[in-house]
Design a protein around this ligand. Structure first.
Ligand code: PLP
Length: 287
């Protein structure tokens, strides 16, 4: 079945879904994005993703697409048209195409943003076998730009990081700056020590994960102790447990960092419990 893709107001077969070669996301990575999970045909944490999209646009002085207020409806229509049960909806807004290449932003009165959304089907997304075994990560230097709180499409280094991990026989990479872990290539990073959940505080150094916000809220509601502070790579290797969170991986245990096994090498108690709570609560609130 060919996918139906949304491009600037139209629902099109994927082979007809096109944007200009002059689009600024193509030439300058001048675009922002969101990924919202779909479980059982319903959207997870949609309001959080929409709020972060609005913030990303504001931080880059990019105008909202005209259809901004219809985004919930567009997400639902794509789920419907693509019979999406489990998977993700990818949304991208770029500063549009001025019909040429120029470092100067185009006049927003003349050039409208480009809005694209498409679905990715992942049957059984919440039953990932990796959640039972845990994943292995390597550490790499964090050489990304200084506004990681904005969810831009500049994903070359995170993509290279994942390739380095795969080459090393691992699943993902944790990014390290001045000895401290910032986050994963496409997820937030956590350790657990003596029952306490530790994750880096919010700043421009990391993406403010929507799953992170929900997981920390649920953890506190379940009387788990949470500390938002930077932690070193050495601390991580000596932790009892570690895990990552993201919209598409939910809560995923990490069982090895740079070849160092955490605990007994299997997911501990905290990460699987948080995964269960997150999935239960998110499904209850899915729209
Ligand atoms: N950190 C980075 C660098 C990411 O790319 C992502 C998601 O893509 C996250 C964290 C997790 O954010 P969320 O939970 O909103 O998916």
């Amino acid at each position: 079945m060919t996918r139906t893709v949304y491009v600037n107001g139209d629902y099109l077969p994927e082979e007809d879904a096109k944007v200009s070669v002059f689009d600024r996301s193509f030439l300058m990575a001048d675009g922002v994005y969101e990924v919202t999970s779909v479980l059982g045909g319903k959207l997870i944490d949609f309001d959080g993703h929409l709020a972060r999209l609005e913030r990303s646009l504001g931080e880059l002085d990019m105008q909202k697409p005209e259809a901004f207020d219809d985004l919930l409806e567009i997400h639902r229509e794509l789920v419907r048209r693509n019979d999406l049960e489990d998977g993700m909806i990818y949304l991208q807004v770029s500063r549009g195409s001025a019909g040429d290449r120029d470092f100067i932003f185009p006049d927003p009165e003349e050039v409208k943003p480009t809005l694209v959304l498409f679905t990715q089907s992942k049957p059984g997304l919440a039953d990932s076998p990796a959640a039972k075994t845990g994943i292995k990560v390597i550490s790499i230097e964090d050489i990304r730009w200084g506004r990681r709180d904005i969810k831009t499409v500049q994903l070359l280094y995170p993509s290279m990081g994942k390739m380095m991990a795969i080459k090393a026989g691992c699943d993902d990479a944790w990014l390290v700056e001045d000895g401290f872990v910032t986050e994963g290539t496409s997820n937030n990073a956590y350790i657990v020590k003596d029952g306490k959940i530790i994750t880096r505080q919010l700043s421009n150094d990391i993406l403010h994960g929507i799953t992170r916000a929900a997981v920390l809220r649920f953890a506190r509601e379940a009387q788990m102790e949470v500390e938002e502070r930077s932690f070193t790579l050495d601390e991580a290797k000596a932790a009892d447990e570690a895990f990552i969170t993201s919209a598409s991986q939910f809560v995923m245990p990490v069982v090895e960092i740079d070849g160092v096994t955490l605990g007994d090498g299997a997911p501990g108690k905290v990460a699987p419990r948080l995964r269960e709570i997150y999935l239960d609560e998110s499904l209850k609130n899915a729209i």
